[in-house]
Ligand binder design. Structure first.
Ligand code: ADP
Length: 372
């Protein structure tokens, strides 16, 4: 039997906040969420006190994990300033030279981190992320996937993963290995139905934990499936992760392109180079007769990429097989490696790899500098 909120509070009353006050009297404790033996809550503290609180956060997490009936505990430390708003994101990074990251600390062992983003949901960003990751794997690279969509994680479904990550030494998590990829998603730790009532700062903290408290091992590329949209949360997230660059997924429709433009602008604001745009659901190939139809006016994203002076990485067709494989947890690049779809993704992966390794494109140097 999982403990109740009150039982957890009672346990926390025995832990001291920095300065000696009872944790439960410190005002830092958020509501406690217990679902199916998994416990979540946050400690909201002043931005200047985060360091002092980190050992407390660890102590709290250990204490909660040790309670009978607790299967996992995720305790987020969130820095808040007055007015309940998230702490300001760190200053934008200046583009910097190879091997000398000036922004947030990198993830040990991980050479390049790329974000796959979209201006809005439903454009196939997650489907593209996983197939791109698999295609990069096919090029002989060691690849990890971080599902950063805390509110709507896709990787459990896209990869049909139902197991829980194992812990190492009680504090660090082992990513789940699937099709040769190291994968981590908040969806592995919580049930699909869990209401995601977390506020922005908690989301940030969960992301930081998934980056830094997971044994990613040696990776050439980590593909981060970003949450859709271009709000402050995404912006902050883009700044939390030391990104080598971003890939924008867009459908050909005008509206999506407007959104994609916002995506480009967002990364530009934080000096993250745009590695390129992928047009998804670009054209339709009839499964029966093989006829290709440009039902959405194919070419829009390519044209837009040109206009924005960002590289165009390729077009992925709208195809039943991509949808079916994606929705049944059998991504097409993994399950039909010799088919035409895998070929399309691999061509995109090659262009992406070249963009990352291209002349003058150091680990985090910009490929393209967009004029203001
Ligand atoms: P997002 O991450 O942008 O919300 P998803 O990757 O979840 O989008 O895709 C949304 C839906 O579109 C899913 O049902 C997925 O299978 C489908 N889909 C994505 N890309 C394609 C494609 N190229 N052809 C057909 N269906 C696709």
């Amino acid at each position: 039997m999982a403990p109740t909120k009150d039982q957890i509070r009672e346990r926390l009353a025995a832990i001291a906040a920095p300065g000696g006050m009872k944790l439960t009297d410190s005002g830092a404790l958020s509501d406690i969420v217990v679902t199916d033996g998994k416990v979540f809550f946050s400690l909201s503290v002043d931005a200047g006190q985060v360091k002092a609180w980190e050992p407390v956060r660890r102590e709290v997490e250990e204490a909660v994990k040790a309670m009978p009936g607790v299967r996992s505990a995720m305790i987020a430390l969130t820095a808040e300033r007055a007015g309940g708003k998230a702490a300001p994101p760190p200053p934008a990074r200046a583009p910097h030279a190879h091997g000398a990251p000036a922004g947030p600390a990198g993830v040990p062992g991980v050479k390049s981190i790329i974000a796959v983003a979209s201006g809005k949901g439903g454009v196939g960003k997650s489907t593209t992320s996983i197939n791109l990751a698999l295609a990069l794997r096919d090029l002989g690279l060691k690849v990890g996937v971080l599902d950063a969509d805390i509110y709507g994680p896709s990787m459990p479904k896209l990869l049909a993963i139902r197991e829980k990550p194992q812990t190492i030494g009680g504090t660090r998590l082992k990513p789940i290995s699937r099709y040769g990829l190291a994968v981590m998603s908040i969806g592995f730790l919580i049930e699909e139905e869990t209401p995601m009532i977390w506020r922005g700062p908690m989301v940030m903290s969960a992301l930081t934990q998934m980056l830094r408290e997971v044994e990613w091992g040696e990776l050439d590329i980590m593909v981060v499936d970003m949450p859709p949209g271009t709000g402050d949360a995404q912006l902050t997230m883009a700044q939390q992760v030391p990104l080598a660059g971003a890939v924008i997924v867009s459908t050909p429709q005008d509206l999506a392109l407007i959104d994609a433009r916002r995506g480009v602008a967002m990364f530009k604001r934080v000096n993250v180079p745009i590695l390129g745009v992928i047009e998804n659901m670009s054209y339709f190939v009839c499964a029966h007769c093989g006829t290709r139809s440009d039902i959405f006016g194919h070419g829009g994203a390519e044209h837009e990429a040109d206009r924005l002076k960002v590289p165009f990485l390729g077009a992925v067709p709208l195809d039943m097989i991509i949808r079916e494989t994606s929705d049944t947890g059998l991504p097409v690049v993994a399950t039909r490696p010799d088919g035409p779809h895998a070929k399309v993704y691999r061509a995109i992966a090659e262009r992406l790899r070249d963009a990352l390794a291209g002349p003058g494109a150091g680990r985090a140097a910009p490929i393209i500098v967009i004029e203001a």
